[in-house]
Design a protein around this ligand. Structure first.
Ligand code: NAI
Ligand code: MG
Length: 498
């Protein structure tokens, strides 16, 4: 477990990007905040400042919303054909691919995640999302509807129209991917956007803004305002000329967004937290289930809304699974993500490190036993050990609350018929997984689990074509797949007497 930063050669364009004072994108122009204020963004592996970005606030959000409104109403965006919108998205996907290494390193520096994953997951998934929705741009269709009103004949049909100006607020755990989940469907259907990246990770969104202009999107179609949640984010959620707000982040802030949106009753979609159950049945293939369950929680340092943070294991195999997961943690090489040899990076921030360590303390105080891990690592950067807890009770905070760190609570079960109820005993409902060789068990569980995604013998498998979102307090609406088109469109019924 090394946390020293080995000398690495950064991509030349990354060094260039970091050496310049960054600006934000409003109405096709790179601008400073109206206040002139900036804030620093940090490398979580070292705590050192990477660069600074504008501290956008209410006035900047207002400027950005005006630019988005103008682009939506006056053009040329409304005149850009679906095929042209599709081509712009495909071009953007190509530009993401072309700048793959630069984006991967920038993502890793700003977020901390291992560059290995930025290269094979974050950047390619971002390109794929733009490409997938580029294909949808020409396929946003209405229907013809038979009308039975007596006395005359009618021709009735529906139009699926862009909802208008969209505000999008995204978190820091997958900065580029989250930007693509938000932007791609909105742009495919013809909306204009004000995007607010997380204050911890503004850099790749700003680089993406450059690529959006390079691809040829007209000015004002995408605006990117960097700033804090309580100021810029809150102003965007409350803005009376925003038609829809899409948010990914904590359930707590999700509720604030709902309140803020009530002023003009803008449409809202939310992708929030989770406390996902990962269930191993006694007949599971443990060769796959053990590493799969370790990665389910430890991938991205546990900073995944889908993290498999409650590990339910049948009592007959409990010890074997616990030993296996504990042993698996020894495979992690923990250190700065920019060193390609490391496969577990730091947490995002001091705040997140404190939050996760707070949960480790609370688990210990409430009587949980730590099998492996349990501590922060070193004094430089925000590293914490992958941690496995046993002897937990359902009322413990570590079992109930989203930790958003590499901490899993393992819970034995004996009655397979009762496990769905225990798994569902949470206010969340984002994801779940089952490991079994029995087809009936697998699909019966898939039906019983109250979660937006159920994985069978796998975990964290995502695809641009697979809808994703939460039951219960994990959110409203579905992103990705064609379901995402509904988030950004209104349906208009047109009825003509003929
Ligand atoms: P957060 O929910 O505060 O931040 C997410 C985004 O919302 C950021 O862009 C932030 O600037 C913005 N935001 C914050 N307050 C806002 C407000 N009042 N109005 C409008 N926008 C606002 O999440 P934070 O504080 O970074 O992390 C806290 C916890 O949230 C984590 O420990 C984790 O449990 C959860 N979380 C869940 C995520 C998910 O993917 N579901 C992602 C990030 C955090
Ligand atoms: Mg917050």
């Amino acid at each position: 477990m090394a946390t020293t930063l080995a000398p690495v050669h950064l991509n030349r364009k990354v060094e260039e990007f970091l050496s310049q004072k960054r600006k934000m994108l409003i109405g096709g122009q790179w601008v400073e905040a109206a206040s002139g204020k900036t804030f620093d963004t940090f490398n979580p592996a070292t705590g050192e400042v990477l660069t600074c970005v504008p501290e956008g606030d209410r006035e900047d959000i207002d400027r950005a919303v005006k630019a988005a409104r103008k682009a939506f109403e006056e053009g040329p965006w409304p005149e850009v054909s679906p095929a042209q919108r599709g081509r712009l998205l495909l071009k953007l996907a190509d530009l993401v691919d072309k700048n793959h290494e630069e984006l991967a390193e920038l993502e890793t520096l700003d977020n901390g995640k291992p560059v290995f994953f930025s290269r094979i997951a974050d950047v390619p998934a971002t390109a794929d999302m733009f490409r997938y929705f580029g294909g949808w741009a020409t396929k946003v269709e209405g229907t013809t509807v038979p009308v039975s009103m007596p006395g005359a004949k009618y021709l009735a049909y529906t139009l699926r129209e862009p909802i208008g100006v969209v505000g999008q607020i995204i978190p820091w755990n997958f900065p580029l991917i989250m930007a693509s989940w938000k932007l791609a469907p909105a742009l495919a259907v013809g909306c204009t956007v004000v995007l607010k990246p997380a204050e911890q990770t503004p850099l790749t969104a700003l680089r993406l803004g450059e690529l959006i202009l390079e691809a040829g999107f007209p000015e004002g179609v995408v605006n990117i305002v960097t700033g804090f949640g309580e100021t810029a984010g809150a102003a965007l959620a409350a803005h009376s000329h925003v038609d829809k707000i899409a948010f990914t982040g904590s359930t707590e802030v999700g509720k604030l967004i709902v309140n803020a949106a009530s002023g003009n009753l803008k449409k809202v979609s939310l992708e929030l937290g989770g406390k996902s159950p990962n269930i191993i049945f006694p007949d599971a293939d443990l060769k796959n289930a053990i590493p799969g369950s370790a990665n389910a929680i430890f991938f991205n340092q546990g900073q995944c809304c889908t993290a498999g943070s409650r590990l339910f294991v049948h009592k007959n195999i409990f010890d074997e699974v616990i030993d296996g997961v504990a042993a698996f943690t020894k495979n992690f090489r923990i250190g700065p993500g920019i060193d390609p040899a490391n496969n577990l990076g730091p947490l995002i921030s001091q705040e997140q490190l404190d939050r996760v360590c707070g949960y480790l303390d609370s688990g210990a105080k409430e009587g949980a036993k730590t099998v492996v891990g349990g501590h922060k690592i070193g004094d430089k950067g925000y590293f914490v050990e992958p941690t496995l807890l046993v002897d937990v009770r359902p009322d413990m905070k570590v079992v109930r609350e989203e930790i958003f760190g590499p901490v899993v609570a393992a819970i034995p079960f004996s009655d397979p018929n009762e496990i769905a109820a225990s798994a569902n005993a949470t206010t969340y409902g984002l994801a779940a997984a089952v490991w079994t060789r029995d087809l009936s068990t697998a699909h019966r569980m898939a039906a019983k689990l109250r979660a937006g995604t159920v994985w069978i013998n796998c975990y964290n498998v995502f695809d641009s074509a697979l809808p994703f979102g939460g039951y219960k307090q994990s959110g409203w609406g579905r992103e990705m797949g064609h379901d995402a088109l509904e988030l950004y469109t209104e349906v208009k019924a047109v009825c003509a007497q003929i």
